[in-house]
Design a protein around this ligand. Structure first.
Ligand code: FMN
Length: 167
């Protein structure tokens, strides 16, 4: 296994495409290791830092995890077919399942943070939360509120401290 570091913005198009088509893995580790699927978010730039922005509803097990750990990894299959794992991890909760075990996913230690990456994926981002923001109903477009809520997201701005391809 070799790790090839890549600039944080080298795969913007691919990340966006995977996010909006199938979803990508957001992994957290507190007492338990867990991963879920996200379809919204993306790579951006704030405060002179590369940022991975993710949106997690308060009902997710992941919400409790990330609140405590303050970090996460994002793993993206580029050519690998992980559709089955995506379907499972995007519908079942870490409260009820060990998703790594159920989906035969391999946790691999990250380079700079405590949260592992998913060995079956090729593209990875390690992130430390530098800002978070709960959604505020009064600030939200009424049409979006009606269509998508009441289970509001919390937005986590994760500074990308490492980005690489695992070969
Ligand atoms: C394609 C897809 C995209 C998703 N995007 C998000 C998202 O951006 N934010 C979110 O909170 N949940 C999202 N979900 C739902 C979570 O992945 C799902 O509720 C998961 O079971 C939560 O796991 P957890 O309870 O272990 O955290 C998405 C699910 C799918 C299938």
């Amino acid at each position: 296994m070799t790790i090839k570091e890549v600039p944080y913005d080298m795969y913007l198009k691919e990340v966006n495409q995977k996010l909006t088509s199938r979803g990508i893995f957001l992994t957290t580790k507190e007492n338990k290791l867990n991963t879920m699927i996200i379809g919204w978010g993306g790579i951006t730039y704030f405060w002179g830092k590369p940022i991975f922005l993710v949106a997690v509803r308060k009902s997710r097990f992941t919400y409790n995890q990330i609140e405590k750990s303050g970090e996460f990894t994002v793993s993206i299959p580029l050519n690998e077919d992980l559709n089955k794992a995506i379907a499972f991890c995007g519908t079942k909760s870490g409260r009820d399942f060990d998703k790594f075990k159920e989906c035969n996913l391999t946790p691999i230690p990250a380079q700079k943070i405590e949260t592992p990456i998913i060995g079956e994926c090729s593209l990875h981002y390690e992130c430390k939360v530098v800002y978070k923001q709960d959604m505020i109903k009064e600030n939200l477009d009424a049409g979006i509120d009606k269509r998508w809520y009441p289970d509001y997201h919390t937005f986590y701005f994760g500074e990308i401290v490492a980005s690489y391809i695992k070969e």
